[in-house]
Design a binder for this molecule. Sequence first.
Ligand code: GUN
Length: 295
Amino acid sequence: MTATIIDGKLAAKNLRAQLTESVAKLKADKGVVPGLAVVLVGEDPASKSYVTAKEKACAEIGIYSDDNRLPEDTSEEELIGLIHKLNQDSQIHGILVQLPLPRHIDENKVIMAIDPDKDVDGFHPVNVGRMNIGQPCFLPCTPHGIIHLLMINNIETKGKHAVVIGRSNIVGKPVAALLARKAEGGNATVTLCHTATKNLADFTRQADILVVASGRPNTVTADMVKPGAAVIDVGVNRVEDSSYEKGYRLVGDVDFEAVKDVAGWITPVPGGVGPMTITMLLYNTVQSATMKAQC
Ligand code: GUN
């Protein structure tokens, strides 16, 4: 069997076309331009390229983006001061602080400083709480993108066994919560595996849906996958490769070449989950501006 390759680029393109229309309508009807403040502290190359991609995507669909690049030695107080300013700025509907932050800054304090109504990442404890009890909120972008990909590919989740590898606050825990919730794209029986899980393959082989967010190449090999399963690879790992112009290539957490011959569906890296993450950030920003315009 060869898996259906889930095309995240196409899904993102389609959703971004809808969002472009929503942005134009918001401007025409309410005179509101959605605004996203992007905050990057330091010089991490991967973070820099994510932030650039996020700003480019905003420009493409008509969202105003406010670029805030701060030096590595920015203090926690300075960063929180900037966030307080952005919280008060009526042109800003979403605030994104790119993670990870330098070690001298407490990530939790920074996230807590963001107005929950501008927390388009869905990382503030208020939004995490709302999501977990089924109240309306900004859903975290990568988990939301994964659910969207499952839904548009008609991959049934209800009554299925979903296994998630990785317990990060950004992906593992929230995607497990979304898969379990009583809603479309949810209703799965969920197992959350992590670094202390013994005999990982015993769990992954039971998965109808396998979400891999371990941050380690080849975490999942072909012998660990149930034939016909949907395999969602969240990993983005740089592997040195001199045959590439940049000197590296991107691989996921799954052994794609071998697993595609066993799985029913699989997301590639790049071009799978990645484009959806940014699209859901745009979605949340437009949602935030729309809610504001209704007030
Ligand atoms: N770092 C890695 N992924 C993300 C994300 O989705 N949002 C933010 N703010 N930082 C990240």
